[in-house]
Ligand binder design. Structure first.
Ligand code: GLY
Length: 384
């Protein structure tokens, strides 16, 4: 760090904004973070899977490298955060078991395994009986699966609370206000205006407002991050002590649809998630709850005995190429950190590090350029 961080405003108090604010503050910046309700958006809904291997997708090999880099950073990030906040974050190394319900689901997992092997990822095929020896309450109908010991999980609600505490201990000023627009003067971002028409100024503004980042006024249209809300509905089940509980995250492919079951210490089971292009529709629908329960009970029948504790909607900030936008915003004084889509929790450590390095370098030299996630890849495409 070169210590040029100075005053910085962070817009957005989800995991990305909070982690960035924390890291910036540790790097010597005086940070003010704006969010009406920190930790309450996608971070609150997320299951918290750190799953670069089971979520590897064709055509996203560059994103996979970033995901693996952030995965490698998670253990140290988690322990530093726990130490500095005095709060636990629920980092759980029990691993992940992916299972296929019918022969086509199993064939799709076999194909995923071949892709994972090509990429050198750690994953082993398992017979149905081997899956059931690991997780005895799995349905006898499943056809087999993959053991992925390196895909872990954290509890995003605990991480959010710990980050908020760590930020406060690091003297980040938290302002519970909605940001209406950024202030732009002579082609430079100089601060922001809140919903209450108050102005706050700083030489650097980090825009980390999730899917809303593209809606904040003031940024010229060609530079606005092209992010959209991708709706995810998630349910939380409470398992009492009579019910079996998975020992690890279970991801299942059931008649072509993915569903995941993420066990938390204390008996909660997070079951998600839909992926819907519905705009910012925050309704929890009966159809989604039905679909999640139907698919989850196909592979783990005893969940139907559990208490339905919560149903919640979150919005992943989707980008046009599924990779995040982290880096200079194409305008002096502006840094962007959004568009993390399915990987916001996983990518928090690496994003916060990049943001802190970039701001500490004075938005000049001294930080590693990363074209695959540079927000300006979209503004250039728009002919700028
Ligand atoms: N990464 C999990 C999800 O997006 O639902």
């Amino acid at each position: 760090m070169t210590g040029k961080a100075g005053d910085v405003i962070v817009v957005g108090g989800g995991i990305i904004g909070l982690a960035s604010a924390w890291r910036l503050s540790l790097a010597g910046a005086r940070v003010t973070l704006f969010d009406p309700a920190p930790g309450s958006g996608a971070t609150r809904a997320a299951a918290g899977m750190l799953a670069p291997v089971t979520e590897a997708h064709y055509g996203e090999e560059e994103l996979l490298r970033l995901n693996l880099e952030s995965m490698a950073a998670w253990p140290a990030f988690a322990s530093e955060l726990e130490q500095q906040s005095g709060l636990e974050v629920g980092y759980d190394r029990s691993g992940t078991l992916a299972v296929g319900y019918d022969p086509s689901d199993k064939a799709a997992l076999d194909e995923l395994w071949r892709f994972q092997q090509k990429l050198g990822l750690e994953s082993s095929p398992l017979s149905a009986s081997a899956c059931r020896s690991l997780e005895p309450a799995l349905s006898p109908s499943i056809r087999g699966g993959l053991d992925v010991p390196t895909d872990h999980q954290v509890d995003p609600r605990q991480v959010g609370a710990a980050l908020l505490e760590a930020c406060q201990r690091a003297r980040v000023s938290i302002r519970h206000e909605r940001v209406e627009s950024l202030l732009v003067e002579r082609a430079r971002v100089t601060g922001l205006r809140t919903g209450e028409a108050r102005e706050e100024r700083a030489p650097t503004v980090v825009l980390a407002a999730g899917w809303r980042s593209g809606e904040i006024a003031g940024i010229p249209p060609g530079l606005r991050p092209p992010v959209r809300p991708v709706k995810g509905q998630v349910i939380r089940l409470r398992l009492d002590e009579r019910l079996p509980r998975p020992a690890r995250t279970i991801r299942a492919l059931v008649r072509g649809s993915f569903v995941y079951l993420v066990p938390r210490r204390g008996g909660e089971l997070v079951c998600g998630a839909t992926s819907e292009e519905m705009g910012a529709d925050s309704r929890v629908t009966a159809g989604a709850v039905y679909q999640l329960l139907r698919d989850a009970q196909s592979v783990y029948p005893s969940i139907l005995e559990a208490e339905l504790a919560e149903a919640i909607t979150g919005f992943r900030p989707g980008s046009p190429d599924n990779a995040p936008l982290v880096g200079p915003g194409g305008m002096a004084g502006l840094v962007i950190a959004t568009g993390h889509f399915r990987h916001g929790i996983l990518l928090a450590p690496v994003t916060a590090r990049i943001v802190a390095e970039l701001v500490s370098s004075g938005l000049g030299e001294g930080w590693e350029r990363r074209p695959a996630i540079d927000p300006r890849r979209f503004s250039r495409r728009a002919g700028r």
